[in-house]
Write a protein that binds this ligand. Structure first.
Ligand SMILES: [Fe+2]
Length: 221
């Protein structure tokens, strides 16, 4: 059931997908614009980016927020685990509680799990997942560090929706690896606003994993 996450439920959810919440508080990336509302500021909406051809035509049975494990399979996805978290807010800085975030990306082989994709598939990678923002607009995914494929830099596809906001389709890139070559401007040129900073996790059971955070800003509907 897709009930809104309470803070307690979110902590449990974060734990269940392997997050060390205290570590994330110090992870790199963009900080939530907590004071924007109080100061009457308007935040710039997150830039849009191309949806690309691999948004699912049919959804897998398992669509939870942990893309590194597929329900019913004992294995773990290949690739470097990435603990990705953040918030969703309006341009006024108001948390958009209950926002639905969809994430899809290729596996460690550079293959999308899509009817239109070719190439070897890592069957232990989920390929697509959803998360629901909690009362403070916070969300979290466990996935793998994106890899380059087909001439494109590593990227993560997102679609974010909320009843009071315009749906946002965009992509996140890895800082330092976001340059596009030969795509004729098809994808967003505002890379500097769509980058995540990867921070190594040094202790706990996620030692060796990476963490990153990002704040999505949605325009009003
Ligand atoms: Fe893509």
């Amino acid at each position: 059931m897709k009930a809104r996450f309470t803070t307690y439920a979110r902590r449990r959810a974060l734990k269940s997908i392997g997050f060390a919440v205290a570590v994330l508080a110090t992870a790199g990336g963009r900080s939530p614009p907590a004071s924007a509302q109080a100061q009457g500021m308007r935040l710039a909406p997150t830039p849009r980016d191309a949806e690309g051809p691999f948004y699912p035509r049919t959804f897998p049975a398992d669509v939870d927020a942990d893309l590194t494990r597929v329900a019913g399979r004992p294995g773990v996805a290949r690739g470097t685990p990435l603990l990705l978290s953040g918030t969703v807010v309006s341009t006024a800085g108001t948390p958009l509680a209950g926002a639905t975030l969809e994430l899809w990306q290729c596996d460690a082989n550079g293959t999308y799990h899509h009817v239109g994709a070719t190439g070897p598939q890592d069957e232990d990678f989920q390929g697509y997942g959803r998360a629901v923002a909690d009362a403070s607009g916070a969300w979290a995914f466990r996935t793998i560090r994106p890899v380059p494929y087909g001439g494109r830099p590593p990227h993560l596809h997102f679609r974010i929706s909320h009843p009071r906001a315009r749906a946002l389709t965009t992509q996140l890139y890895v800082k330092g690896e976001s340059a596009e070559a030969g795509m004729g401007g098809y994808f967003s040129r505002e890379r500097d606003r769509l980058e995540i900073v990867l921070v190594p996790m040094r202790d706990g059971r996620d030692a060796g994993a990476l963490a990153a955070s990002y704040t999505f800003v949605l325009e009003s509907a």
